[in-house]
Design a protein around this ligand. Sequence first.
Ligand SMILES: *Cc1c(COP(=O)(O)O)cnc(C)c1O
Length: 383
Amino acid sequence: MDYRLETRCIHGERRSADHHPFGALAVPIYQTATFSHPGVGRSTGYDYTRSGNPTREELEKTMSALEGACDTIACATGMAAISLCLELFDKDARFVCSEDLYGGSVRIFKEVGERRGFSFSYINTSDVEAVEREIRAHKDTRALYIETPSNPMMEVTDLAAMRSLADQYNLCLIVDNTFLSPYLQNPIAFGADLVIHSGSKFLNGHNDTLAGFVCTSRPELSERLRYLTKTIGANLSPFDCFLLARGIKTLAVRMERQQENAARIARWLQTQPKVKQVYYVGLPEHPGYETNCRQARGAGSMISFRVDTEATAHRLLETVRLISYAESLGGVESLITYPMLQTHADLPQKVREKLGITEDFLRLSVGIENVDDLIADLTQALE
Ligand SMILES: *Cc1c(COP(=O)(O)O)cnc(C)c1O
């Protein structure tokens, strides 16, 4: 039978009680570099951990079950996953991208991708016509690279519309699904060819390790990705695979609690005199609200907001006590980030200003603490 998402987080696709040796319920950590062979030309199914490892394989199968993918590659970090995807493309390929991507993605595109002969266009992909105009203007376009909601401006891109364009112009549709996680959004159901995750965020959920995933819906891409990951070797270690598998077991309950807290905090922020604007896709007045409701099962727990002055922003960052002033997102601990100096420092200043990533702009990743404690912390920091 087809289990629902909450069950798949814990049991993967299907797992019998005697799945592991001795009936272990948790995936054993196969901390081995190599595997011995029972005879010439025979194999246990595993040869060397760069090519395959049972702990990693179980995690990858769970991720495939969560994303509805035919295959998933577990990588050392989210950036390793993005880098692996770039390897699928030939020189001279152009990527049409959402304009406010994770800062690390912009950096790898510029510093690594452009040297490889790739080109990148950045546009507001919530504007479908603008995406089509950009594709038509560039015959070398090979892929659409989308984050929805985007980071940090929370723009929502219509995934079904992106699929139609991808079909019409024969493009690969790549979606970085880190912000909503597979619990709240499955881009493959809307036609994505590749789904990328930073596993360091909601999937791990405990801010205690880094990981990345590339999920695909296409067997031919899976075959190529398997070959590439074995060749490049940026895959996830057995111990980190165990941590990820453990984190994913509670993904559903964490996400539910995190977005419940986020919805309360977003509403509360709107009532604060020193807060000028709140960007949260769960607010019905958000321009992407309807689209997000069509393609996702929730709004997640990322909130951006603008305060009245740079001084207020600095004071807030320096006086929060429960909430940590730290980069990253998606964990059980609430974090506040200053995108201008942290996650998006690598964007050219002109681009940052155009997007609105300025000195009065903050990003909050809401955790699972008691929401009244979080609001009390923000209250004292805003005073
Ligand atoms: C963090 C992040 C990445 C990079 O992941 P790492 O695990 O830090 O390498 C990529 N995309 C998004 C949206 C992220 O938030």
